[in-house]
Design a protein around this ligand. Structure first.
Ligand SMILES: [Zn+2]
Length: 309
């Protein structure tokens, strides 16, 4: 009954319109409503996307800021700690042979810069003695990487160096490149040198410098002591020129290990000028064992080290 009345009312609303015209109007109205709904929906979606993007950006910005702050804090903490810490002396893990404590003084100042001067291929008394004179006068210590086959001939220089507190180390028995040898040969080169040195000073070396600095896995595996190379090469063997040697040693730094050879008079002359200069600059002239001890760098048998930096 009610539906019939509604129909009648609608017909009265548009009395002059035909059925088709009324349908057209209704269709247009529906179309308009649909378009409106489509616009609203799209607007909502667009708004959601914009909001999403903004949220993601805000989160990442926040994260970055947190990260930056954390990095800043860590850097500040590190700086604080570095300023607080002075190198802590540590004992070398390699068991030290009795007698080697002579070349490891325990009363040095760890906060003062240190340099380890090292002399290879000797001993050779005419030069070694001159170098020892300089270190004696300046209360400095050095390390002598001796060739085993030479030590008995120049035993008095080896003994003097040891008595002075210098380190007597190994440079193999015959100055052969260890990388060319088999395990047996590598061991023999060490044992023969150790014996020759022990016969003079009563204790064995705690460090070895491989001739030429050449090392491979087999050498590492069969090495009884740490291997010490160098960070500054004076090239004294090449130039045989005092001035050139001094030039190569012009910018020495804390922790450097300097390579020289106690075979050449030009090297002894360079040492005579260089050592007092370094002492004046505030450097402590130490043995290689002392350098690693005071820099807190543990050195193990078979390892290769180049400096105390
Ligand atoms: Zn050599």
């Amino acid at each position: 009954m009610k539906a019939l009345e509604n129909k009648r009312e609608k017909q009265e609303e548009f009395p002059e319109m035909s059925m088709r015209q009324r349908a057209d109007i209704r269709a247009r109205k529906r179309k308009k409503q649909l378009r409106l709904r489509w616009i609203i929906m799209n607007s909502i979606i667009a708004l959601c996307i914009i909001l999403g993007v903004l949220v993601v950006k805000a989160i990442s910005l926040n994260r970055e800021n947190t990260r930056k702050e954390a990095a800043k804090e860590a850097a500040a903490e590190k700086k604080k700690n570095a300023a607080k810490q002075t190198p802590v002396p540590t004992a070398t893990p390699t068991p030290a042979p009795v007698g080697s404590e002579r070349w490891l003084r325990k009363d040095l100042d760890p906060s003062k810069p240190m340099i380890a001067m090292t002399f290879d291929d000797g001993p050779y008394s005419p030069v070694t003695e001159k170098i020892l004179d300089v270190f004696e006068q300046n209360n400095g210590k050095a390390t002598f990487f001796c060739v085993g086959s030479r030590v008995s001939e120049y035993a008095s220089s080896v003994q003097r160096a040891y008595n002075m507190g210098c380190e007597i180390a190994s440079h193999t028995y015959s100055h052969v490149y260890l990388t060319r040898l088999k395990a047996k040969g590598i061991k023999k080169e060490q044992n023969k040198t150790n014996k020759a040195i022990r016969n003079i000073i009563g204790c064995e070396p705690t460090a070895l410098r491989p001739p030429g600095g050449f090392v491979n896995a087999k050498v590492r595996k069969n090495m009884k002591v740490p291997m010490i190379c160098w960070s500054v090469d004076s090239e004294d063997w090449k130039s045989r020129n005092t001035k050139k040697v001094l030039k190569r040693c012009k910018k020495l730094e804390d922790g450097d290990i300097v390579l020289m050879h106690d075979l050449y008079p030009t090297t002894a002359k360079a040492v005579k000028k260089l050592v007092p200069r370094l002492v004046k600059q505030g450097f402590q002239l130490v043995t290689v064992d002392e350098l690693f001890y005071y820099k807190g760098i543990p050195i193990k048998a078979g390892e290769l080290h180049f400096s105390g930096k």
